[in-house]
Design a binder for this molecule. Structure first.
Ligand SMILES: Cc1cc2nc3c(=O)[nH]c(=O)nc-3n(C[C@H](O)[C@H](O)[C@H](O)COP(=O)(O)O)c2cc1C
Length: 294
């Protein structure tokens, strides 16, 4: 259910800070809050619409326009990237709640919704980042994830893909494959959430079976896409599960929950090298088998 209706003007969400309630005339109940546009926003919207109508958009049929709407989804999926350098621009609680509301629409086995998410920002996030960095610096061997991050003796082709990721990623940053110190320094950036203003931890009830982890993954991906649709970027972080005991000291995650993944969330530093990195994917014929279709 939509709780808040914003103004999307000329490719950007514009907020004036004022809202009004949209009332259902049938029963007088509030449907949602609507962002109130001021004169400047309206003028900007009219200007943007005129410019759009003068261009390709104006000469398109409604069918073609709705097809573009569908392509916007593809665009969203293909432009989502794991972002590892964020600006210090804060993320509002209102925006976060909107994203969580959409993420909660993710499907799950028998609608069990076995996920939970713990979000942390502000000084609480800074303290957690400090504690994680201290633990990592002082005695990393003392910390182990509750579930291994990788399969033991990672088999091919996964080991090859992991290596390819390393080559593409560290290659773009100019970090030599053999320079373990530089790689280690970069990996430690996980612990400060890549400078993101907020972090999240996705958990699953430990009494559940492995299929509930599938549900949690669907929830996390829906979260990442809902964030991306609102101009926010993310980086899922399994690495943080290594320090689950530290995380638990800072967040109200009780023992019934197992941390499946951490995540950094914020506005990407679009001027960074990291922002330009595009990790390749295998082609469809390498992951899909199709039977009985011509
Ligand atoms: C479950 C999961 C865990 C991940 N853990 C980490 C992590 O600990 N640190 C990190 O920098 N990236 C992590 N990533 C990001 C992946 O490296 C990234 O999704 C992959 O290389 C594909 O790149 P893209 O997300 O930019 O398309 C993780 C991604 C997923 C889905």
């Amino acid at each position: 259910m939509v709780k808040f209706l914003g103004n999307y003007v000329d490719g950007k969400w514009v907020e004036t800070g004022r809202t009004f309630a949209n009332i259902n005339p049938v029963n007088g109940s509030k449907v949602c809050d609507v962002s109130e546009a001021d004169q400047a926003t309206v003028d900007q919207a009219v200007k943007g619409a005129r410019a759009a109508m003068a261009g390709e958009w104006g000469s398109m049929s409604t069918v073609d326009r709705s097809a573009l709407g569908l392509q916007a989804f593809d665009q969203l999926v293909t432009t989502r990237r794991s972002i590892r350098r964020f600006t210090d621009r804060p993320v509002s609680k209102k925006l976060l709640l909107e994203i969580l509301d959409i993420a909660g629409r993710a499907p799950s086995n028998s609608n069990m919704q076995p996920w939970r998410v713990y979000v942390v920002g502000g000084t609480a996030k800074d303290k957690l980042a400090q504690a994680l960095s201290d633990a990592h610096q002082q005695s990393p061997a003392d910390y182990q994830p509750e579930r291994p991050m990788y399969a033991p003796n990672l088999p091919a082709p996964y080991s090859d893909r992991l290596q390819l990721f390393g080559r593409v990623f560290y290659g773009a940053l100019g970090i030599d494959r053999a320079d373990m110190e530089a790689r280690g320094r970069y990996i430690a950036r996980n612990l400060i959430f890549f400078d993101a203003p907020i972090a999240a931890f996705f958990t699953v009830d430990r009494r559940m079976e492995v299929n509930s982890w599938f549900d949690c993954g669907l929830f996390a991906q829906t979260f990442m896409l809902a964030a991306k649709a609102r101009g926010l970027d993310t980086c899922a972080q399994i690495f943080l599960t290594k320090y689950h005991t530290v995380v638990r000291r800072h967040l109200p995650i009780d023992e019934t929950q197992i941390i499946a993944c951490g995540m950094s969330i914020g506005y990407a530093d679009t001027s960074s090298v990291e922002y330009t990195i595009d990790i390749p994917r295998i082609p469809v014929n390498e992951f899909a088998s199709i039977v009985g279709l011509e």
